[in-house]
Design a protein around this ligand. Structure first.
Ligand SMILES: [Zn+2]
Length: 415
């Protein structure tokens, strides 16, 4: 049994209530045993049975649930810094894609890389994410786009899940774009996805979810419906990249198929918002992508007003969001999307866990859930996301065990 006391503010982030309801407790204590939370409440009310337990002092800091990055493209080879410069000089994302750059360029590099190379590189990313207080990461394939290369990426994630402390949720994104070799017959690629790739992923249990990029330059809603239905048959939850570069009915489709989440939604329609609210689909906002592509962000306020839970994620990928700094994405959710710090925190914890089907295990601090949390060197949530720093996290705990700690925190350790 362990007790963390000396917490200036503890944000439980329980799932009920509105987006901004993070159910904070001032001067709090947190008790856990093995990997599971036993008690959360005001320190003054700590039950006597826990008073003799091993005690840690948070030093008057903020404690939050471990952050959940519910949308990343973690494993890939090569970078695309040249495209970063081209976009600044005025070329659009679609122009670059049409000339063989963009996702297709990452596919060429990723196909050529070995499982070992991809694993080593992704491990480095995960180590830095862990230090930011991130305890769960959703990881998409989608830079292979043939059977072998897609399975290679998902095996990288399976290895990372076994070897790394961060919890991994894998998503099959074989329907990222139509690969060059199928450009003249995209439906043949859809058939390959449905008849060979998805069943293979399901058979090896290599992914929890299936994702489709619904966009004029990628897949139509009709194709996506078929792909997600095949995914469901293989036991995979549905997710969509929807309405990013143009509105094309992606949000409506997410509601229709009962998706866990629809992500991006920069161009979502009023009908799409209403449909997502009715079907309780999580909207995943990706403000780093809006920032890098210099595009208007998801209209988060309209979604929140309609009762749609809005998650915040990094979209880490080598093109449109080459950063896995989730706390930066959260601060951008505040400044670009007019979300309050509390709303952004709920979006990067319990709603993000919901978006990857992990809400029963992680994403909030309450008895019975995993002891996944981070100690943040700030007095409260507002101060943390307002005073942006390279890293304000001083300790990351997963399943009750410290997996990352800064020297700053060790100085305050007692007991
Ligand atoms: Zn993405």
């Amino acid at each position: 049994m362990k007790v963390l006391a000396g917490i200036s503010q503890l944000a439980t982030c329980r799932g009920h209530g509105r987006q901004g309801d993070i159910h904070t407790i001032p001067d709090a204590a947190l008790v856990w045993d093995e990997g599971t939370i036993k008690w959360v409440g005001p320190e003054a009310e700590l039950p006597s049975e826990f008073r003799d337990s091993e005690r840690l002092d948070a030093g008057g800091r903020l404690v939050i649930p471990g952050l959940v990055d519910c949308h990343t493209h973690l494993a890939f080879a090569g970078w695309r810094a040249d495209e970063f410069e081209q976009r600044i000089l005025g070329r659009s994302y679609l122009e670059i894609a049409r000339s063989g750059g963009g996702i297709a360029s990452t596919v060429r590099h990723t196909r050529a890389a070995s499982e070992q190379q991809l694993t080593e590189r992704a491990t480095g990313f995960l180590e830095e994410m862990l230090a930011l207080g991130i305890t769960t990461v959703e990881c998409k394939s989608g830079y292979g786009l043939d059977l072998d290369a897609e399975l290679k990426l998902l095996r990288v994630y399976r290895r990372l899940a076994a070897e790394q402390p961060v919890r991994i949720v894998s998503t099959f994104l074989g329907a990222h774009i139509v690969p060059a070799e199928f450009r003249d017959d995209p439906d043949a690629y859809v058939t390959l996805l449905i008849e060979r790739m998805i069943p293979a992923v399901g058979q090896e249990k290599l992914a929890a979810c299936c994702d489709v990029f619904v966009e004029e330059s990628a897949f139509s809603p009709a194709q996506a419906r078929r792909i997600l239905t095949a995914g469901r048959r293989a036991g995979l939850g549905a997710k969509l990249h929807a309405d990013q570069l143009s509105g094309c009915g992606g949000a409506e489709l997410a509601a229709e198929v009962g998706a866990l989440s629809a992500d991006h939604l920069e161009h979502i329609s009023d009908r799409g918002i209403a449909a997502m609210a009715a079907a309780a689909v999580v909207a995943v906002s990706l403000p780093l992508a809006s920032l890098y592509l210099q595009q208007p962000p998801m209209p988060a306020r309209r979604l929140i007003q309609a009762g749609v839970p809005v998650a915040v994620a990094s979209d880490f990928n080598p093109g449109s969001a080459p950063s896995y700094h989730l706390p930066l994405a959260m601060t951008l959710a505040c400044t670009l999307q007019s979300m309050t710090p509390a709303e952004a925190l709920k979006g990067a914890t319990v709603y993000a866990a919901r978006a990857v089907g992990m809400e029963d295990l992680t994403g909030s601090l309450e008895a019975g859930k995993a002891a996944d949390f981070a100690i943040i060197d700030a007095p409260d949530v507002n101060h943390w996301l307002y005073h942006f720093r390279p890293n304000a996290c001083v300790r990351t705990v997963i399943a009750g065990r410290t997996k990352w700690s800064s020297p700053v925190f060790d100085a305050t350790r007692t007991g």
